[in-house]
Design a protein around this ligand. Structure first.
Ligand code: PRP
Ligand code: URA
Length: 209
């Protein structure tokens, strides 16, 4: 089982504190989620393979390192994962993007998949799944199940806020998938919201409440 990687760089911590604030408006929340995703992208792509490339500078020929191949696919879980996608694409513009639509039943808290469209060559790609929130873990677990049916090269999961319960459930279901999270919070409440968390990420990104 892979231990979650907590991306607690001061720049990320600072931005996470602002999005937790209930007085942060949607416009700022959206911008900050995108910036946090951009910073987390560095960590999640740290192990990308490099290859030697011959370059000619204005001075002479030299050998440099560049990322080998173009094999990434980002898969945001709708809706809230969409808020992270632009930040990731700013770092890796050549990546392909798939979408998985999931919503949690408000009473049972179990996830329901309503959409899935993945790149046709996903079996040749390393997938980075995106969702700001890992609460019970149900949505992310089912999203990975859906992606695994298409045999990607690898899967990583990048979330901003996670709960201990979600980390445990996800890691048990998918011990091969590395989690990157900016914070592991205290617990879930009786409505399965993360405490202290930031509330409903989708509503805060899109201003729907
Ligand atoms: C939120 C969040 C995750 C899910 C996490 O989505 O973006 O996808 O809940 O909860 P879980 O770990 O308990 O499954 P939500 O279902 O509220 O849908 P939305 O993004 O459309 O608002
Ligand atoms: N989904 C959210 O958006 N927030 C939570 O705290 C839990 C699930």
């Amino acid at each position: 089982m892979l231990k979650p990687i907590v991306t607690d760089h001061p720049m990320i911590c600072h931005k996470v504190a602002i999005i937790r604030d209930k007085n942060t408006p949607s416009k700022d929340f959206r911008q900050l989620v995108s910036e946090i995703a951009m910073l987390m992208c560095y960590e999640a792509t740290r192990d990308l393979p490099l290859e030697d490339v011959e370059i000619e500078t204005p001075m002479c020929k030299t050998t440099c390192k560049m990322i080998k191949g173009r094999t990434l696919a980002f898969v945001p879980i709708l809706r809230a994962g969409l808020g992270m996608c632009d930040g990731m694409l700013a770092m890796v513009p050549a990546a392909k993007v798939g979408h998985i639509g999931m919503y949690r039943d408000p009473v049972t808290h179990t996830p329901h998949e309503y959409y899935c469209k993945l790149p046709s060559d996903i079996n040749h790609r390393d997938v980075i799944l995106l969702d700001p929130m890992l609460a019970t873990g149900g949505s992310a677990i089912d999203a990975v199940n859906a992606i695994k049916k298409h045999n990607p090269k690898s899967i990583k999961f990048v979330c901003i806020i996670s709960s201990p319960e979600g980390i445990e459930a996800f890691s048990n279901a998918h011990p091969d998938v590395q989690i990157y999270t900016a914070s592991i919070d205290e617990c879930l409440n009786e409505d399965k919201y993360i405490i202290p968390g930031l509330g409903d990420a989708g509503d805060r990104i899109f201003g729907t409440k």
